[in-house]
Design a protein. Structure first.
Length: 202
């Protein structure tokens, strides 16, 4: 566990996982990118997140289908009709971290996947159409614009603190597929819906 200090308020910052690339100070909300030499690059501040009822909190441990994990962080995204939370989890077996999406009482486990071929532009995608994403023929069920509202904890990614992004989601081969169109990156995630009994908190 790497130990550093917040340059804004002096509070300790403890990096919990080898994959962590960004950390939020629990005391003042300063957000840092972790550089290659284990230094900290202050990239701004995030807002405090209102604590709506949830089964999860940072530091909690659990199992998904008997595979152990620890919760590292949480990001809240907003869109015109509401918001959803994504929880960054680290697996006990040291495999790359994943995301637990919590949206209106439903849970989806997402893993990032490299984009290996051209993806249709956001503007050309329509709900009800089928698009090819990597090896998946994705039936599009949702297309919206979102914005990052705030974060807490640690993450295996660089955090986009400003601006809106387009996203589309759908299904392919009994899997959920989500594509985020950021200004400088297209992000692909493949997921599976979870039933309440699939996730056990310890």
């Amino acid at each position: 566990m790497a130990k550093m200090s917040c340059t804004s308020c002096g509070a300790p910052l403890e990096v919990e996982n080898q994959f962590v690339r960004a950390v939020t100070c629990n005391f003042c909300g300063a957000v840092y990118q972790i550089t290659g030499d284990q230094g900290l690059n202050n990239v701004g501040k995030t807002v405090s997140l209102a604590n709506y009822p949830s089964r999860l909190h940072i530091g909690m441990r659990g199992k998904i289908k008997d595979k152990g994990f620890t919760i590292l962080g949480r990001i809240r995204y907003t869109y015109d009709e509401g918001f959803w939370d994504e929880w960054q989890i680290a697996w006990d077996d040291s495999s790359p971290p994943a995301w637990l999406e919590e949206d209106e009482g439903y849970w989806t486990l997402y893993r990032r996947e490299r984009v290996r071929a051209a993806i249709p532009p956001y503007e050309s995608v329509n709900v009800g159409s089928t698009i090819n994403v990597n090896k998946y023929d994705v039936f599009v069920t949702e297309k919206r614009q979102g914005k990052m509202m705030g974060s807490e904890g640690q993450f295996a990614m660089s955090l986009p603190l400003q601006g809106t992004f387009g996203y589309v989601s759908g299904s392919a081969n009994n899997r959920m597929v989500s594509v985020n169109y950021w200004q400088d990156e297209i992000e692909l995630s493949i997921g599976e819906d979870l039933e309440p009994e699939d996730m056990v908190m310890l």
